[in-house]
Design a protein around this ligand. Structure first.
Ligand SMILES: [Cu+2]
Length: 134
């Protein structure tokens, strides 16, 4: 029993080291959220400072649902990239806002790439749906 406990603690420690670098702790809208038309910014929050190197916003093909976009990576080949208006922060930040022209109804994916302060490159995606206000 003690041996099992030690093995378990060792395993947990390894995980702590492996995932010790920064990660995204949240976004607005959240991944999987549905928001009203007119959304013009996505904010990203990280648990430790990162330097964003690339942010891409893309609209999914019109026939795709949010659930399909979240689960089917291949289908995003036909996505239309949308211009991001804001410049990425030059230094390391814990939070940033990505601005763009107000979005029309549709399903979108925001893909970000960042470097953590420990030098690791990280990336992630936020998927969300924009629906018409009526
Ligand atoms: Cu790291």
């Amino acid at each position: 029993m003690t041996r099992l406990l030690i093995a378990l603690i060792a395993l947990l420690s390894i995980n702590t080291v492996a995932f010790g670098h920064s990660k995204m702790s949240g976004s607005t809208p959240e991944d999987g959220a549905t928001v009203e038309a007119g959304l013009a910014a996505v904010s990203l929050t990280f648990d430790r400072k990162v330097r964003l190197t690339r942010v891409m916003l893309a609209a999914a093909p019109a026939e795709m649902t949010l659930a399909a976009v979240m689960s089917d990576v291949e289908a995003l080949e036909n996505q239309a990239e949308i211009g991001v208006l804001s410049e990425l922060p030059k230094g390391f930040v814990e939070e940033t806002e990505i601005d763009f022209d107000p979005l029309i109804p549709g399903v979108y994916k925001l893909h970000w790439i960042a470097v953590a302060q420990d030098g690791h490159t990280m990336e992630g995606k936020v998927h969300f749906a924009v629906e018409s206000a009526d």
